[in-house]
Design a protein around this ligand. Structure first.
Ligand code: PLP
Length: 428
């Protein structure tokens, strides 16, 4: 099936109990076992099935199957937030004493998670500038467990060199984890060699600003056994599950799902960042119209970017479609076949003070810490999303004092432009 058909149909036809066409919300904590033998088989992973909603749920399962198929992966795991997805995607294969190599172009929350919180757990993060993909190779040693990047890095809006970094990783035995939050339908990272995709479902996939959620998708395309020394957490007996070896357990189940199987049966079991069935249902509604909405986000954002580029007082417009460096343009085009996305950044000549005035004057655009809503949104990252970073770290992440980030929605373009223009007039 094509991607937009998958978004509507994959993983569900009709509810076996009621024939309901809409996916039901299975708002239950637990599931009646057929008998004690079946219960034992479920716990022993000889049979996959519902045990307890912290670990799996039928509504979440439809969403997981749909997201996995949409990205061309083998299986997925729904979790409580994008942050939970990022944290778990690393903790699933890295432990104290290990390191990960991470792009400097990432969301401020992820920067904090990796640079500070994972550090307290003994996992070292080596931040590198992705504009030279070879920086990933240089930072790799035998304790490196993953590379991590964002497809359309928020707020720098530079497209990550997925193909180049994935190729280095495959040579050295390091999987690339891609956060594709800002680019669903536009880029499919497994097609470029990524091994794992994470999403904040909160953004474009939910689309309506109602629910927080995350997703981890296993590409099933990384040979963990071939690099067994790097991945003892997947290839050595796991004392938390009667000595299960996850690569072998996956083989027993007939699918290359060792990574996601372990994430579900150990990480989610122990740390409990489960997605609620109700939120999964909301994301299923969002996913159905995602391809339509993304087209409109892209169309409006491109018009806004061009409008801003022609505006006196705007010193810089940051938008992947307006890139003039030939090499970066080529990379952008190679990865973002589906469009340039809905995010537009710009800098105002008057710096932070003028940026703040501009945001305060907006009437239609919401001033919120979010992206990917159907409504247009604006924020000043220096004083908000990236506030907890040092000034040096902010600059490395692409956040200057006068930077304003827009998440362009699907309102009529004339109304968006009119609001921006009146705010420019008010900001002077
Ligand atoms: N990844 C990106 C690119 C984000 O923009 C965000 C949130 O803004 C996250 C991850 C975290 O997602 P959540 O807010 O769902 O935890």
């Amino acid at each position: 099936m094509h991607k937009n058909t998958i978004c509507l149909h994959h993983g569900y036809r009709a509810d076996p109990a009621t024939n309901s066409v809409a996916v039901p919300i299975y708002q239950t904590t637990s599931y009646q076992f057929d008998d004690t033998a079946q219960a034992a088989r479920l716990f022993g992973l000889e049979e996959l099935g519902n045990i307890y909603t912290r670990i799996m749920n039928p509504t979440c399962d439809v969403l997981e199957q749909r997201m996995a198929a949409f990205e061309g992966g083998v299986a997925a795991l729904a979790v409580a937030s994008g942050q939970a997805a990022s944290a778990m995607s690393v903790q699933n294969i890295a432990q104290a004493g290990d390191n990960i190599v991470v792009s400097t172009d990432i969301y401020g929350g992820t920067w904090n998670l990796f640079g500070n919180t994972l550090k307290t757990m003994g996992i070292e993060t080596r931040f590198v500038d992705p504009s030279d993909p070879e920086n990933f190779r240089r930072a790799t040693d035998d304790k490196t467990r993953a590379y991590y990047g964002e497809t359309l890095a928020n707020p720098k809006l530079r497209v990550f060199p997925i193909a180049e970094v994935a190729a280095i990783g495959r040579e050295l035995g390091v999987p690339l984890i891609m956060d594709n939050t800002a680019a669903p339908t536009l880029c499919h990272p497994f097609e470029h060699g990524a091994a794992v995709i994470v999403y904040s479902m909160t953004k474009y996939i939910g689309g309506h600003g109602t629910s927080i959620g995350g997703m981890i998708i296993d590409g099933g395309n990384f040979d963990w056994e071939n690099h067994a020394a790097r991945f003892p957490m997947l290839t050595q007996p796991d004392p938390s599950y009667h000595g299960a070896v996850w690569t072998k357990a996956a083989k027993g189940l007939g699918a290359p799902i060792a990574y996601i199987l372990k994430a579900r049966t150990t990480m989610l079991r122990d740390m409990g960042q489960a997605m609620s069935p109700f939120n999964a249902w909301m994301f299923i509604q969002g996913l159905e119209t995602l391809p339509l909405r993304m087209r409109e986000h892209c169309r409006n954002a491109e018009t806004v970017a061009k409008h801003l580029a022609a505006k006196p007082g705007v010193t810089k417009v940051i938008f992947p479609g307006l890139e003039d460096d030939a090499d970066i343009k080529k990379r952008n085009e190679a990865h973002m076949a589906g469009g340039w996305g809905g995010l537009v950044g710009f800098e105002m000549a008057g710096g932070a003070a003028q940026g703040a005035k501009f945001i305060d004057a907006l009437k239609l655009l919401y001033h919120v810490a979010n992206i990917g809503d159907v409504r247009s949104l604006a924020i000043h990252p220096w004083s908000t999303t990236h506030q907890q970073l040092s000034d040096e770290e902010k600059i490395a992440a692409g956040v200057t004092e006068g930077y304003v980030r827009l998440s362009v929605g699907i309102e009529h373009i004339d109304d968006i432009i009119a609001d921006l223009d009146q705010a420019f007039a008010a900001a002077g």
